[in-house]
Design a protein around this ligand. Sequence first.
Ligand code: ARG
Length: 195
Amino acid sequence: MKRIYCRYAAIVLAAVMMILAVVPAYAADSTKQKLVLGTSADFAPYEFHKTIDGKDQIVGFDIEIAKEIAKDLDRELVIEDIGFDALLPALQSGRVDMVISGMTPTDERKRSIDFSDNYYQSRQVIVVKAENKSKFPTMDSLRGAKIGVQKGSIQEEIGMGIPDAQLTSLDKISDIILQLRTNRVEAAIMEDTVG
Ligand code: ARG
């Protein structure tokens, strides 16, 4: 009797030890510290929505960079899709831990936030409907034109520098393209890769 009891005790003890060995591993995983990325996911190929296996997902080369950083820091990556002009306030208030969103390190932004080294060099382009190509051959020809730009972007600043331009500043690049398609703006300013 005593021997059977001892054997049970040994089995129970072994089971408890196994559970103890397994539980911390699970616990560590589920409590993995989060790394919250702020991005404006309207900017293919940097960051954009794509349906993969029937699920809406945010993908792009900025997202790949974020994944590598999270892996290096052993953190769980959480993506917050925020309007571009709300990214810096979100970073400053601590709502997000970092921003990767094709953001240009301007002197003004550098005054309030810390940038990494540059990882991509882009050029600015003007996007017009094919039928308007000959109407807008130069920057000068944009004088007084209706122009779409992203709110809070350097393209908005460029637009502000065009004499008499009537700017429409919107949250999403896709909305700007829609405005262009429906002739509510005549031109849009954006980065070459995105254009
Ligand atoms: N490079 C421009 C800027 O920093 C535009 C970036 C827009 N990014 C985006 N994810 N929509 O102002």
